[in-house]
Design a protein around this ligand. Structure first.
Ligand code: BGC
Length: 428
């Protein structure tokens, strides 16, 4: 099998965003931000209020942190020691879906099953203790409408979650009910935050100059500290739900992926950029080149393995492609498959960076761009070969010399630490 070169180049083109195109994305993102500040209904960004600002770094005490947002759920006991220091005392982690055993996120699963499972993990994290009181911070990584730090109502599932009975509900009420069912009366959920907010809190706890927090993983989203300059409101972190940014031009693969997804017409940026979908896009483009219409089930982990393969002639890539598609590709086609994976990752990182630039421009206003960190966590940023470098290069492309003022930092495990910080802030 040899790929049609013309068809291949056309596919690469479909995944390429030019410099001008990218500037437009950044400008449109900033426009939607501004519109969203006036009236979220006029913007594709939800701009959800978090009812929390940045920590001082002096928060202290022992807290529970529940982190629910991807395929793995974690409960941590964390001690905050102030001055940006902390210690993880205990960590319990389990997948929400285990092939052949259970599934709390697929179609047919219910809120009761999911939250009873979460309560059992909380129980493990406190070693069955029923006396000592624990305050719990909850990182819940889905679009939620909040009216205060405790009260977060899930608007809609993303990332293909389909558990019935959670949309429209106050998630911490569901958690409390499950804790009570299990006889746990000494754990008090006091704060719910998005994972982007958690990442920003975690980074700001350790060092200053951080106003933007982002997740670049299974899902994608960014938050920032809105200063509300000149307004009566106090500075507050806004969860943009930037995965829902719509001012992007989908190609035919994006359109087909969207049509087959749980929530067609939603989460355009996320579907073009996040880890949950990149492997699928890769598989769809490969299927076209192979003249088939199958879903091969590629993941972003497969793409990473293909991208790091430096063997001659791409032995790992060959095995992965053969196991998923049933086709044993020759050296030339394997090199093209690797180029395809790279093109999809590069487009993803460029779009994500353009959204950061939109926020940086908005924060700078009419003044200069401030020296700052952008806190990022997530498997794509941390593990996909070339993702971080591409973000750095794209910042330079869009910001020129000002890019030197921006440092992207990995806020590893920020979701857990951020939840503990939010629980600490909830006591103030
Ligand atoms: C959710 C966001 C979340 C992001 C990263 C998206 O699907 O809508 O709330 O921050 O995933 O986990």
């Amino acid at each position: 099998m040899t790929f049609d070169k013309k068809q291949f180049e056309e596919i690469i083109d479909a995944f390429t965003v030019t410099k001008e195109g990218l500037r437009e994305v950044a400008a449109d993102f900033r426009y939607d931000l501004r519109q969203g500040l006036k009236d979220p209904a006029q913007s594709s960004l939800r701009m959800l209020k978090s009812y929390i600002g940045l920590p001082t770094g002096d928060e202290q005490g022992e807290y529970l942190a529940l982190d629910l947002g991807g395929t793995n759920v974690r409960v941590l006991r964390i001690r905050l020691d102030g001055e940006g220091r902390f210690k993880v005392l205990k960590k319990v982690a389990k997948p929400l879906r285990k092939e052949g055993a259970y599934d709390y996120i697929g179609k047919g699963s219910t809120a009761t099953q999911m939250f009873d499972f979460l309560a059992s993990l909380v129980d493990d994290a406190i070693d069955g203790e029923r006396q000592e009181t624990f305050l719990l911070g909850h990182t819940f990584s889905f679009p939620s409408e909040q009216s205060n730090l405790y009260n977060a109502r899930l608007i809609v599932w993303t990332k293909e979650f389909a558990t019935a009975g959670v949309e429209g509900e106050v998630v911490n009420d569901l958690l409390k009910a499950a804790l009570h069912r299990r006889g746990i009366e000494n754990v008090e959920p006091t704060a719910v935050i998005n994972d982007t907010v958690a990442v920003l809190l975690a980074a700001a706890y350790e060092y200053g100059d951080t106003y933007i927090g982002s997740i670049y993983a299974t899902g994608h989203n960014t938050c920032y500290l809105e200063p509300y300059a000149g307004k009566v409101e106090k500075p507050m972190i806004l969860n943009l739900e930037s995965g829902g940014f719509m001012k992007l031009v989908p190609n035919r693969f994006d359109a087909a992926l969207d049509a087959a997804s749980e929530k067609p017409g939603e989460q355009r940026l996320e579907k073009m950029a996040s880890g949950r979908y990149m492997g699928e896009l890769f598989g769809m483009a490969l299927a076209e080149l192979l003249g088939e219409s199958k879903n091969y089930g590629f993941t972003s982990i497969d793409m990473s393995a293909i991208l790091v393969d430096d063997t001659e002639p791409l032995e790992t890539a060959k095995k992965i492609v053969a196991s998923k598609t049933g086709h044993v590709l020759g050296a030339d086609d394997l090199a093209l498959a690797k180029r395809l994976a790279r093109a999809i990752l590069v487009r993803s990182a460029r779009l994500v960076t353009a959204s950061y630039v939109g926020i940086i421009w908005q924060l700078a206003g009419d003044g200069g761009i401030q020296k700052q960190h952008i806190a990022i966590d997530g498997s794509v940023y941390a593990k996909m070969p070339g993702a971080k470098e591409c973000i750095t290069a794209t910042l330079s492309e869009l910001l020129g010399e000002d890019a030197e003022k921006i440092d992207t930092t990995l806020a590893h495990d920020g979701s857990g630490l951020g939840a503990a910080i939010a629980a600490a802030i909830s006591t103030k």
